[in-house]
Design a protein around this ligand. Structure first.
Ligand SMILES: C[S@@+](CC[C@H](N)C(=O)[O-])C[C@H]1O[C@@H](n2cnc3c(N)ncnc32)[C@H](O)[C@@H]1O
Length: 264
């Protein structure tokens, strides 16, 4: 098992993590997200095919502090509407990751009334649904993405790999407890390492791929494709300095993340 060290995990909050307070939003920015930058985030533009979509309108639902949103805007010829339900997260995003091609917006009742039907060419949600503990809310959010996305538009969801959910250790995070098999909608304990080496304990919701397929299918999506990148897939996609910076032991053999892409 990787990443043991001293696991002193301070519970950040009780219940499924909510990012609505400035304390939790600030803490999120201190998590060691090197693994996400290696095998998660940079694969989103690949899955969406953004390099072939000059001038496209991208919706980033659950954009959080905007680091990923700005990174994509700086490398791909898109304009982005970045949406979050947390005013605290959006305050961080506007202050720390502004970009002329990014419009940060607060969602309204879990909807995006400021976006017209079929007005977006592509959509993404990165680590959003693990902090949604209600399947009906998940369905409403996916229905809203379907409303704003044009027919043929792609929607990529980046998530922890649902197949790595039982006492799974990766660089910077650990998911689930030994011997526990999680079912759709179960709460799951997660430990995440901060950049200072301390650990935070948070609670996520476990959603298997079947639930994503059902929810996306009910919203009119189809044509599902999956990416489950391993270290060997990182060259040419992730930052070479990041690839070289750590041993990435688990990531050589087990994919920590899954990118599920569906077509409207
Ligand atoms: C784990 S963070 C991910 C942030 C960013 N996408 C990333 O990958 O770093 C999840 C984000 O989803 C947001 N969120 C939670 N529920 C939401 C909802 N119903 N609508 C929009 N955003 C939501 C949270 O406020 C938080 O900023």
């Amino acid at each position: 098992m990787q990443n043991t060290g001293t696991l002193i995990a301070e519970p950040l909050m009780s219940g499924v993590i909510s990012y609505e307070t400035p304390q939790v939003a600030d803490d999120y920015c201190r998590w060691d997200d090197a693994g996400s930058w290696l095998l998660g985030y940079p694969f989103i533009p690949v899955a969406l095919g953004l390099d072939d979509m000059p001038g496209a309108h991208l919706v980033d639902l659950g954009c959080g502090p905007g680091e990923l949103t700005r990174w994509i805007a700086g490398r791909h010829p898109v304009r982005t509407t970045a949406v979050d339900a947390s005013a605290a997260m959006l305050e961080l995003a506007r202050a720390q990751h502004p970009h002329p091609a990014v419009d940060y917006r607060l969602s309204v009742g879990d909807a995006m009334p400021f976006l017209a039907d079929a007005s977006a060419d592509a959509a993404m949600a990165s680590f959003l649904f693990t902090c949604i503990d209600d399947r009906l809310l998940m369905q409403r959010l996916v229905d809203e993405v379907a409303r704003v996305l044009r027919p043929g538009g792609r929607f990529t969801i980046l998530m922890p790999n649902p197949d790595q959910a039982h006492d799974a250790a990766f660089e910077g995070f650990h998911r689930g407890e030994p011997g526990v098999r999680y079912r759709s909608g179960d709460t799951m304990p997660i430990r995440v390492r901060r950049e200072d080496g301390s650990w935070a304990a948070v609670t996520n919701t476990y959603w298997p791929r079947e639930t994503f397929h059902e929810v996306l299918g009910a919203a009119g999506f189809g044509g599902f494709t999956e990416l489950t990148p391993l270290l060997a897939d990182a060259p040419g996609v992730a930052d070479p300095a990041l690839i070289a910076s750590r041993p990435w032991t688990a990531e050589r053999e087990r994919p920590p993340f899954m990118l599920l892409t569906a077509v409207r």
